[in-house]
Write a new protein. Structure first.
Length: 202
């Protein structure tokens, strides 16, 4: 499988910091998403890679967080189970985080409340979710319908930005990183709203 520049950079960064769980997660992720493509085109693996690179770029070097970021879609987009991840060498906290990030299909408002409340209590899931949403917002215009963009922006405003604010208080050693992610999210939502208006004005 051909390696992208982002993959090569991330793999070298992980090796340099001896992030053992992340090294295993990188391989599991590539196998899980092999042959898959994103809605906007391109190999699916680029999304978890870019999510992990984003977190690394703001100074997050925690093995748990990077591994969870790499695997955040692995269960949803493949047939991997918690037991599979554990058998492949994933530490239990990472398996828990990945499980929390995996949405069980369409959720009503109460289900969304429970989903985000559970994520907010888990360090790895919180920062993986924030990185995931930040990257998805940066690529949504070429992949989502206008209706999907609108609902995604609303969810970000109502659920994900509050998660970032809560992370600043809950995970104090990483409050700066949570603040940076919150600002990224706010900027992307503003850009998304401007895109919506431009489309309406046609």
């Amino acid at each position: 499988m051909k390696e992208s520049k982002a993959y090569a950079h991330l793999a070298g960064w992980i090796r340099g910091l001896n992030l053992n769980a992340s090294a295993i997660a990188l391989k599991i992720m590539r196998d899980a998403h092999a042959g898959q493509t994103r809605k906007g085109g391109g190999p699916y693996e680029e999304h978890p890679i870019q999510t992990a690179c984003l977190l690394a770029s703001i100074g997050i070097t925690d093995d748990h967080v990077i591994a969870a970021a790499l695997l955040h879609d692995a269960k949803e987009e493949s047939r991997l189970s918690d037991n599979d991840l554990a058998a492949m060498g994933m530490p239990a906290p990472v398996v828990v985080s990945v499980g929390l990030l995996t949405k069980p299909g369409h959720l009503d408002a109460a289900g969304e409340d429970a989903y985000y409340a559970a994520i907010a209590k888990d360090f790895g899931a919180t920062f993986a979710k924030l990185g995931d949403r930040t990257h998805n917002l940066s690529t949504m215009c070429g992949a989502f319908t206008i209706e999907k963009i609108h609902s995604y922006l609303c969810e970000t405003d109502e659920r994900v930005i509050p998660l970032a604010r809560l992370a600043r208080r809950t995970w104090v050693p990483f409050s700066n990183q949570a603040w940076i992610l919150e600002q990224h999210l706010r900027s992307m939502v503003q850009l998304g709203r401007a895109f919506e208006e431009a489309v309406k004005c046609g």
